[in-house]
Ligand binder design. Structure first.
Ligand code: C2E
Ligand code: MG
Ligand code: MG
Ligand code: MG
Length: 285
């Protein structure tokens, strides 16, 4: 790929030279090992409440720190984990690690925010999901009020009756539920009135061109007002530019996530950069 620079020169980007990609069978064996050998790592991305300027939540996002290939992003191994069934032990690892990290932060008296954990459709459909989750919560000693599960519309639509039972069980425990990538699933809005949902996360694809595309703006606006009417939090995902933030403020969006505030970062980095913000507003300008 090439990009035009200001002085009309062409800068060429070379693909990163990496070892031959392993076959999916090899990858599966390696991923199985990775889960057991602690090669997975959680990064955290803050969610900011616009009315107060305060961080209210950290989303845990898994990475695979591969001994030879380096840091592998989730989009390159979550699909394989879902196909192979490894998503179940992987998801348990993620939930346990996020709970343990939250307990560590509580004990250290820092980063007093909720922690959001992504739950894939396969994981959510597992009949033991809620029992396993509750077991991990009890084992780690986390107060479930600090925990949010991010699920997608496709998780919800697969087995509606079962979904209601699972969500109510989690909700009774005190766990919050958010709908991730809201607006891109092929689902009816009917579920919103039956299910205990705390938050809608507007998919990044709508937020991306909010400042230049009136359809994206209209959809974002509609989701925000739907959220207000249903009395749930609305998060705009993927906010990268101030111009997007300004529009989101005007459309009365309650919370944002995105590179403008921070990309997902390591525990070390989030402790370094956000500890100082504890209980003080974060200024973005
Ligand atoms: P997601 O849950 O919708 O997470 C948001 C993704 O958007 C993250 O990518 C994040 O780095 C990226 N992002 C955040 N802000 C911006 C922005 O301003 N601009 C752009 N261009 N991107 C932004 P990431 O970490 O690569 O994760 C991708 C997806 O992988 C996640 O989408 C989620 O569906 C899945 N995933 C990540 N961690 C887990 C996990 O622990 N379990 C499961 N089941 N899925 C996970
Ligand atoms: Mg998410
Ligand atoms: Mg999302
Ligand atoms: Mg996603």
């Amino acid at each position: 790929a090439a990009k035009q620079t200001g002085k009309n020169k062409l800068v060429t980007y070379h693909p990163v030279l990496s070892p031959q990609p392993a076959s999916s069978v090899e990858m599966e064996t390696e991923l199985r090992k990775a889960i057991l050998e602690n090669q997975l790592i959680l990064y955290y991305q803050p969610r900011l409440e616009l009315s107060t300027g305060k961080i209210i939540c950290l989303e845990a996002l898994v990475r695979w720190n591969h001994p030879k290939l380096g840091m592998i992003p989730p989009n390159e191994f979550i699909p394989l984990a879902e196909e192979s069934g490894l998503i179940l032990p992987l998801g348990e690892w993620v939930l346990r690690e996020a709970c343990l990290q939250k307990v560590r932060w509580l004990e250290a008296g820092i980063l007093d925010y909720q922690v959001a954990v992504n739950v894939s459709p396969c994981q959510f459909q597992d009949e033991n999901f809620s029992d396993k989750a509750i077991h991990i919560i009890e084992q780690t000693g986390i107060n479930p009020a600090y925990l949010e599960f991010e699920i997608t519309e496709s998780s919800i639509m697969q087995n509606m009756e079962n979904t209601i039972a699972v969500l109510e069980k989690l909700c009774k425990k005190g766990i919050s539920i958010s709908i991730d990538d809201f607006g891109i699933g092929y689902s009816s809005l009917n579920y919103l009135k039956h299910f205990p949902i705390h938050c809608l996360k507007i998919d990044r694809s709508f937020v991306k061109n909010i400042h230049s595309n009136k359809d994206d703006l209209a959809i974002t606006n509609a989701i925000i007002h739907l959220g207000h009417a249903l009395n749930v939090q609305v998060v705009a995902e993927g906010v990268e530019e101030l111009s997007q933030l300004e529009i989101l403020r005007e459309t009365t969006c309650t919370t944002i996530q995105g590179y403008l505030l921070s990309p997902p970062v390591s525990v070390y980095e989030i402790e370094q950069s956000f500890h100082q913000y504890d209980n003080r507003p974060v200024m973005i300008s």
